[in-house]
Design a protein around this ligand. Structure first.
Ligand SMILES: [Zn+2]
Length: 726
């Protein structure tokens, strides 16, 4: 698959290759679960049903249900229902006097990343963890509400199991044996205990979990009385905590350790400005044979996108900026391929990367969903206006923007859960895009055997219409970023968003109570003020810069490219040095969902430590850390001294990243087989004498890309189709 992907890109004119890492993964050998009550014992079925209608569900080499990076071991004990398994759920159980020590946790999927549920169970002395799917998370599209189950209808097949990694994602993504440096065959390896569970865990379907939850009825505290978010699900049960005397689970999880090769496929089109690079990525690995949505809907977009750029290349076109396509391996275990790549090529990326565009589950339903750093939002939204979305729920003459606007016009904040993570935390502007089911659409069988071609073609995206829309969007956004004379990053919006996050932080401080009343938030306040002044100066400079003034254009672009490295703190967040962005981080106890000003916010909400909060605030005044560095770089933006902050940034980045035993690679992946000019403009061979680089974009290209991806501009500002039922 890796070579196949590289070959497709090569066919379309990308210089393509594979990059190999040697990473630690574990594979399932044998998993079992049995349930005992009233002296009788029965095996719990861990398999997903084979469906005649869906050929990949019955493949002889289909993947069993298990958790990646789970702990090999057995456990037998009474069990306790722990809700979604968040820290607050466990605190509530302790408050209610429920015995946790020595018991098995039965946790519900949803909310925090699954690895954190196991982590929390372990930290409360529990000896195993079973995580189940609850139809209470399926809106009303359930069999109980009259919908037929897959393959006959939109409801979840009752045997659906969500596989997935239990790595402590919010502590450290990437190969857990090589934190901070790339996994090469001779790289030194460290232990994994700090970032993987040390108790066994198993995933379970709703149909198998329901009797286990019912068996707790009448024991411990009722779900109603526990009164925690999403505690009570849709089973015919009271969701009591348990334990029920003599009602036990016996679990066995046998995994095999491997240090094995993984491959990222990389495809490159060199731009005329090779020190300005747009990186696009999507992962290639899946938990199952199918993976039609996760990741293949995104992977298909990356192949089709390469065809579009291939057609442009065939006309003699060359982008202004270098475009790098990445097909990541081992994302599912914990973002391994992308993290190892960033760890290897950080010197090159920190000097050259303009933006990273991520597509993971490109389509699992018709509703677009984007999350981005603040500076990418404007171009992301404007580009939506150029992408036609015909046949959205039967409506035509809409743009992607119309649909997105009608759904609430939300641009999410990046936490973690996909391959943008290592880019964001090295100060590279990023966007993540995809399309999801709406509340009444077919339930997406995430990480299940039923995430298959048959499911996609029947329920997820019949006709593959949304696939086409998302591919056109990704292609056009990459095109905009790679070809606009001035990089379309909106620095000003960073200040706007930081101000709104500050308001949130102020309420977090208030909610924290008396301990935090003396916290001094002025360092953030003044950092934002200085940033805003610099951003305004930058906007003025851009507005007054003529595209033909190559020298100023180059200087402006270098600053736009580099300024966001200033959000990277040295040393990272408390107890998790990988996460270095001072404004955004995945929540320590959420994993997926973001927190803002993580160092300060989590000192209050997670560590309950006012001293730590103030230390983080004070650190923002230190020019070598955090937001102070960000506004310092922002300040440089407004100085027209012609000094690129690049050298300073490069040394800061080098200092910030952990030492790599072999010494960091000097260049980017483009240097592996060919010399590449660094730090300057490569002259465009197609530029006619006496013209500037804008002319060199071969103005035809603008028309061509629109023709190739069939873009028509239909959008009228703010118009939402009147008939749109949103
Ligand atoms: Zn995925």
């Amino acid at each position: 698959m890796a070579q196949w992907t590289a070959d497709r890109w090569a066919e379309n004119g990308f210089d393509s290759r594979l990059i190999e890492y040697h990473t630690y993964l574990n594979y399932p050998v044998a998993q079992s679960l049995s349930f005992s009550a009233n002296g009788t014992m029965r095996e719990v079925n861990l398999e997903e049903a084979v469906l005649e209608e869906d050929p990949t569900t019955g493949w002889p080499n289909r993947v069993p249900t298990f958790h990646g990076y789970s702990f090999s071991g057995q456990a037998e004990a009474e069990y306790v229902y722990v809700g979604r398994g968040q820290q607050a759920d466990f605190e509530r159980l302790v408050e209610l006097g429920v015995e946790l020590e020595g018991k098995i946790a039965l946790a519900r999927y949803g909310g925090p990343f699954r690895g954190l549920k196991v982590k929390n169970a372990q930290s409360y002395g529990m000896i195993g963890c079973v995580i189940f799917t609850d139809t209470g998370d399926d809106n009303n599209v359930t069999e109980a509400k009259g919908y037929a189950a897959y393959p006959h209808g939109k409801a979840r097949n009752p045997t659906t199991v969500q596989r997935g990694s239990v790595l402590y994602l919010s502590t450290y993504p990437g190969d857990p044996t090589t934190p901070g440096y790339p996994s090469k065959p001779d790289s030194p390896r460290t232990g994994i205990e700090a970032v993987t569970p040390q108790i066994p865990s198993l995933p379970l379907s709703w149909v198998e979990a329901q009797p286990l939850i019912q068996a707790l009825d009448g024991y411990g505290t009722s779900g109603e009385e526990v009164n925690r978010t999403r505690w009570v699900g849709a089973f015919n049960a009271s969701y009591n905590t348990g334990p029920a005397p003599g009602v036990t689970l016996s679990m066995s999880n046998e995994m095999k350790d491997n240090t094995t090769a993984i491959w990222n496929a990389i495809g490159i089109i060199n731009g005329t400005s090779q020190d300005e690079v747009i990186v696009l990525g999507n992962h290639r690995d899946a938990w199952i044979i199918g993976g039609a949505a996760d990741p293949n809907s995104g992977s298909a977009a990356m192949i089709e996108l390469s065809k579009a750029f291939g057609k442009l290349l065939a006309t003699g076109w060359q982008p202004k900026r270098t475009i790098v396509l990445c097909s990541w391996d081992a994302e599912e275990y914990g973002l391994l391929g992308s993290t190892e790549f960033v760890e290897e090529f950080i010197p090159w990326l920190s000097g050259a990367a303009v933006s990273y565009l991520n597509i993971d589950v490109g389509t699992s339903g018709p509703d677009p969903d984007i999350s981005a750093t603040p500076d990418l939002r404007e171009v992301a939204i404007q580009t939506m206006k150029k992408v036609v979305y015909d046949d959205y729920r039967g409506y035509n003459n809409l743009t992607l923007y119309d649909v997105w606007y009608g759904l609430g016009a939300v641009t999410g904040v990046l936490g973690s859960g996909s391959d943008y993570t290592a880019f964001v935390h090295n100060g590279i502007s990023s966007i993540d895009m995809g399309a999801n089911p709406g509340p009444s659409d077919a339930i997406y069988p995430y990480h299940s055997n039923y995430d298959s071609y048959h499911w996609m073609a029947t329920y997820g995206d019949p006709g593959f219409n949304t696939h086409k829309v998302m591919c056109r969007y990704l292609t056009l956004l990459a095109y905009e970023l790679a070809t606009r004379e001035i990089i379309p990053l909106d620095v000003g919006n960073y200040g706007v968003q930081m101000t709104s996050y500050l308001t949130e932080l102020e309420s977090t401080v208030q909610e924290g109570g008396d301990n935090y009343t003396s916290l001094d938030l002025s360092p953030i306040r003044s950092a934002i003020e200085t940033f805003n002044a610099s951003a305004a100066a930058m906007s003025d400079l851009i507005a007054s810069t003529s595209p033909s003034d190559t020298e100023t254009v180059n200087r402006v672009n270098a600053k736009l490219r580099d300024y966001s490295r200033g959000f990277v703190s040295q040393g990272g967040l408390p107890n998790r040095e990988f996460y270095k962005h001072v404004v955004f981080a995945p929540g320590l106890d959420t994993g997926y969902a973001a927190v803002t000003y993580g160092g300060v916010t989590e000192a209050i909400t997670f560590y309950h430590n006012a001293t730590m909060a103030q230390e983080w605030l004070d650190a923002m005044q230190d020019p070598t850390t955090g937001l102070a560095a960000a506004y310092l770089e922002g300040h440089i933006l407004s100085q027209d001294a012609g000094v690129l902050p690049k050298d300073k940034l490069a040394s800061k980045m080098a200092a910030a990243s952990a030492p790599y035993p072999g010494g960091p690679q000097a260049g980017g992946p483009g240097q592996m087989n060919q010399p590449q000019q660094q730090g300057g403009y490569v002259s465009c061979s197609r530029r006619p004498q006496g013209t500037n680089s804008a002319d060199c974009l071969h103005s035809q290209a603008n028309n061509n890309i629109n023709h190739i991806i069939q873009v028509k501009v239909l959008h009228k500002d703010k118009a939402v189709h009147p008939a749109l039922p949103l």
